[in-house]
Design a binder for this molecule. Sequence first.
Ligand SMILES: Nc1ncnc2c1ncn2[C@@H]1O[C@H](COP(=O)(O)OP(=O)(O)O)[C@@H](O)[C@H]1O
Ligand SMILES: [Mg+2]
Length: 327
Amino acid sequence: MSDVVMQVAGLTKSFAARGGSSGSVKAVADVGFSLARGETLGLVGESGCGKSTLSRLILSLLDADQGTVEIDGVDFITAPAARKRNLRRRIQIVFQDALSSLNPRMTVGVNITEPMRLQGLGTARDRRAEARRLLALVGLRPEDEDRYPHEFSGGQCQRIAIARALVLNPEIIVFDEAVSALDVSIRAQVLKLILDLQQQFGLSYIFISHDLGVIKRICDRIAVMYLGRIVEIGSAEAVCGSPAHPYTKALLGAIPIPDPRRMRIENLGLIEGDAVGVPQEDACAFAPRCPMRFDRCLAERPLLAAASPRHDAACFLLNSGKQGNPP
Ligand SMILES: Nc1ncnc2c1ncn2[C@@H]1O[C@H](COP(=O)(O)OP(=O)(O)O)[C@@H](O)[C@H]1O
Ligand SMILES: [Mg+2]
């Protein structure tokens, strides 16, 4: 598992603030991690913390302000066009809303093999055969290839999207809230398929969800994001078993934290304007909601540091003896 397929470093992306206000939002700030072959890295955090922006940066669907995304040592972001096309085959994405990610005017078979056509691979006949093979692989019927996406349920559409993600034989697949919209029983079936495919093909996954319950069940390692930054990262066992960041503890239900929207209204005098949404560079972004904050948290930003071997967190309480979680 030490065989690194992807190395992300210093990834940063700002957007102009929405809603007419001036300034910018750092949607992703200085994010770095590595992904090992055959590993599932979970990415968890509340809505708006930058998970989808990070996935689009990783796939080079969006230009980063700074940072690198190396696949087998080649920077995907700055690679020349031909090289980029080749790297693009190796990393694929499955989105939350499968139906809208499929082209409604194309048959399922054509949807699945469209990436082949765009890459100039195979004849029309090859592509049909491939569509049929992949449909069977994801638990649908080969003859479904001539039907249209709207004829399928949400879970079936997600299987079709997974088939399309597999068509170019990628090594890495990013699942961006891919099972979040599915009913519990369907979700379990699609998750099983996703894990079976990983076993079968030795795939590496980045599995994004706002739901730590799902992440906890299927991931080897977990990265917790808060307002654009990774605040804790480590093995699923370490992050869920001995969480080091108060935000991770909150996500695990161990400590209550205020709802940012409600808090913004209640504490308007205390937290000016958008202070919760636009963190100060020289303070911990989580401090306004943190039940454990102290003076230093409002004056300095904690960096990721070792909480235990291969388990990092960005919190001043780390190893301070104040959190009652001795290593
Ligand atoms: N195209 C965009 N223009 C402006 N702001 C954006 C854009 N995309 C995302 N954002 C902002 O970036 C932040 C992160 O969004 P996103 O990556 O979608 O978060 P998540 O997927 O975790 O819900 C949010 O504050 C969001 O409003
Ligand atoms: Mg998202």
